[in-house]
Design a protein. Structure first.
Length: 285
């Protein structure tokens, strides 16, 4: 985070966003709305979490939610049956550790809250079966160090999910991305890396298997959009070019055709700050 004294805290930035009449959909989509327990339940039922749940299906035991924020993923992991620890350095009652504690009390779900940073996890080696980090890696002060720590605290055979990470195609795209972010100008805490930089850090950490989910391939990255809303948007755009809406709807009504179109589109997708997710395995002993 920037040390510019004129910038707000993350809590202040979110409070400001909540007060903007034209940003209420963004507030809801980012799960910054209250009551928090209702926002967390909505996240648990979202298409994003539905795809996360498929990735961790069949796993159980202890889960660590790194950079837990308000605790929506901690809530979802607990609902999924995990013994959850939430790592969140911000003490805030709105966007940080105290918000998670209140969420735990309101929901009746046991969530252990630890106020520390991801670059130095206060846990012994091989503690967790799943480590989950939602929009965390691009905020880290030491990307290599954070990935090493998440690897270290995983048990052999454990799974690390780093989801919804901002990616740029060129270093020169960073300023364009930061200028477009609705909160960066207020609190100065956003960042983005090249895709190769994330993969490099995960490889250095010695994960045995790394899968990068591209922006258009998973509901995890698409949310708050879904394949259905994305299909509607493509139909609308094509109809403006060639006004044959029934034809476009019929063609893209096929899942095969939509998947083919999205796979082609991804080859040319260079939007600054587009979202990738990483699914990483720690080798069994």
């Amino acid at each position: 985070m920037s040390t510019n004294p004129n910038l707000l805290t993350w809590e202040d930035a979110v409070v400001w966003l909540r007060k903007q009449p034209d940003q209420q959909q963004l507030v809801r989509d980012a799960f910054y709305d209250d009551p928090l327990v209702e926002a967390a339940e909505r996240y648990f039922r979202s298409s994003e979490w539905h795809d996360v749940a498929k990735l961790i299906s069949g796993r159980g035991g202890k889960a660590l939610d790194v950079g837990a924020g308000r605790g929506i993923a901690s809530f979802a992991l607990a609902r999924q049956g995990f013994d959850v620890s939430a790592l969140e350095p911000d003490p805030s009652a709105i966007v940080g550790a105290e918000a998670i504690r209140q969420l735990s009390r309101d929901s009746g779900l046991a969530i252990q809250v630890v106020e520390e940073f991801s670059e130095g996890l206060p846990f012994p080696d091989h503690t967790f079966d799943v480590v989950f980090a939602r929009a965390v890696l691009h905020h880290t002060r030491d990307l290599d160090g954070a990935c090493r720590e998440m690897y270290r605290v995983l048990r052999p055979g454990g799974l690390f999910l780093g989801v919804r990470e901002h990616v740029i195609s060129r270093e020169s795209d960073l300023d364009q991305f930061l200028a477009s972010h609705p909160l960066h100008r207020l609190y100065g805490g956003e960042h983005a890396f090249l895709l190769s930089r994330y993969v490099e850090a995960l490889e250095k950490a010695k994960f045995s298997h790394i899968v990068a989910l591209p922006p258009l391939s998973s509901a995890i990255n698409l949310f708050p959009h879904t394949r259905a809303t994305l299909r509607d948007a493509v139909v609308e755009k094509l109809s403006r070019v060639l006004p044959l809406r029934p034809l476009w709807k019929a063609i893209l009504g096929s899942e095969w055709a939509l998947s083919l179109l999205l796979s082609i589109a991804e080859r040319f997708d260079n939007r600054p700050g587009r979202l990738y997710s990483f699914v990483c395995q720690k080798a069994s002993a």
